[in-house]
Design a protein around this ligand. Structure first.
Ligand SMILES: *Cc1c(COP(=O)(O)O)cnc(C)c1O
Length: 430
């Protein structure tokens, strides 16, 4: 595989951008190679700066549920451009997208658009604190909620991948108000939430963890979380930045039938442009400025191009049968993948729900941060490089999800299965 052009770009990038990348996981450090620079992508195919083509299972880390360059999304963006790209004033597109979001996500009655998932979670927590008049945030080990100060405590995604315990630059005074407890552990959950001395404003959770690799919660755990927070007047925030419009039109909350008080959205909602959102019960959302005193703002919030892309995206996923088809394809793929894993000499565990999955290089069930950490990241690194050489683009970390999109067909998926089988055989021999 030729990588000359990517290598030149990376060397230049390193002179002017920290680590040569604008988000740390892209650097590929944990898988022992340099990043490939992307030239373009179409459908589920991504092409690098040297003309190599790959079948993409990263999907921009979640947003590209329709694949790249979906004609309806591209058309919507093209049509929006001549009308102006930012006004700092309300538009009809925002209203239309907000109506679609409220109609799609069961617990959302009102929604505010922002420009990233990080902004959504940060704002939802401020709102929960403003609403309850309390201070403490409870999160779960290995969950990632963006890079705001309060969340960089036992966080997932790049924070795990790079092995950073927290982050310098985050004051002790801030993280002392964040409590991180184990995912899927009912006993610790109940003990923590019932401790009145803690003054807990909210619990924020990925209703399916996607940032320590995919971990599906036990339903008893999630139900208990809902019951306890309701009983104790704690605001329950579902961070559905990955799972929203991914696991169902209404996200994990629709799929599981468990409704939070506030929901954070991102990724898919922008159709590949920068959009985030937070929303929920009217009673809580009415606390947001200018209706209420909780301040939150954004110059580019509700940006017309981003709203146009998001609207086009939602219109496609709302068509009847969209999620059923994605589910059918993903479960076919995952079953084959699990069978290949089971037949291989290296132990693997496949966690999957809907079109998101992680193949962990471990022999014990992965149900929380500690069990995820048992996975052999070195073996994953080798697997990642094997797959790349076979034309399959995976996340450059063991602790991330692989996504199937509407653009993957059986032939693409079969190619990935064949590559996986070959890779696992070489790992066993190593
Ligand atoms: C990606 C992600 C975020 C952060 O979104 P950004 O747009 O990267 O700021 C927050 N929460 C979850 C669950 C995510 O996966």
């Amino acid at each position: 595989m030729k990588t000359q052009n990517s290598a030149v770009l990376f060397a230049k990038a390193c002179q002017v951008i920290p680590g040569g990348v604008n988000s740390p996981v892209r650097a590929c450090k944990s898988v022992g190679c340099d990043p490939l620079f992307v030239a373009k992508a179409q459908g589920c195919t991504i092409t690098d700066a040297d003309g190599n083509e790959f079948i993409d299972f990263v999907g921009s880390w979640g947003p590209m549920i329709l694949g790249h360059g979906h004609p309806e999304v591209v058309k919507a963006i093209h049509e929006a451009v001549p009308g102006g790209t930012s006004f700092g004033a309300p538009t009809a597109l925002e209203v239309e997208l907000a109506e679609l979001v409220c109609d799609s996500v069961p617990s959302i009655e009102k929604v505010r658009f922002v420009s990233s998932g990080t902004e959504a979670t940060m704002s939802a927590v401020r709102l929960a604190r403003g609403y309850t008049g309390r201070k403490m945030i409870v999160k779960f080990d290995g969950c990632y909620h963006g890079h705001a100060d309060s969340f960089l405590v036992k966080a997932g995604s790049g924070v795990i991948t790079l092995g950073i315990p927290g982050s310098p630059g985050v004051p002790e005074d801030i993280v002392k108000n964040t409590l991180s407890i184990p995912y899927n552990n009912i006993e610790i959950l109940e003990k923590t939430l019932r401790d009145a001395s803690l003054d807990i404003a909210c619990v924020i959770i990925e209703p399916v963890a996607g940032n320590m690799g995919v971990i599906v919660p036990e339903m008893a755990f999630l139900r208990k979380l809902r019951e306890l927070t309701a009983e104790l007047g704690i605001v329950l925030i579902f961070d559905e930045v990955i799972t929203g419009f991914r696991l169902a039109l209404g996200g994990a909350q629709e799929r599981f039938g468990i409704l939070p008080d506030l929901t954070c959205l991102g990724k898919i909602i922008g159709g590949g442009l920068p959009v985030g959102a937070y929303g929920g019960k009217k009673e809580i959302m009415d606390m947001v400025a200018p209706d209420g005193p909780v301040y939150q703002a954004g110059t580019l919030s509700g940006n017309p191009l981003a709203m146009a892309a998001g609207l086009a995206m939602l219109k496609v996923v709302r068509r009847p049968g969209f999620y059923a088809e994605l589910e059918e394809k993903s479960s076919w793929f995952a079953e084959k993948l699990a069978a290949i894993g089971a037949a291989a000499l290296v132990p693997t565990v496949l966690n999957r729900i809907g079109s998101m999955m992680t193949c962990f290089f471990t022999d014990a069930p992965v149900t929380d941060f500690n069990s995820a950490m048992q996975a052999n990241a070195q073996r994953y690194a080798q697997h990642f490089r094997n797959m790349l050489a076979s034309g399959i683009w995976l996340a450059p970390s063991q602790f991330e999800a692989a996504f199937v999109s509407a653009a993957h067909d059986r032939a693409h998926l079969q190619k990935a299965l064949d590559a996986t089988e070959a890779s696992l055989a070489t790992l066993a021999a190593a």
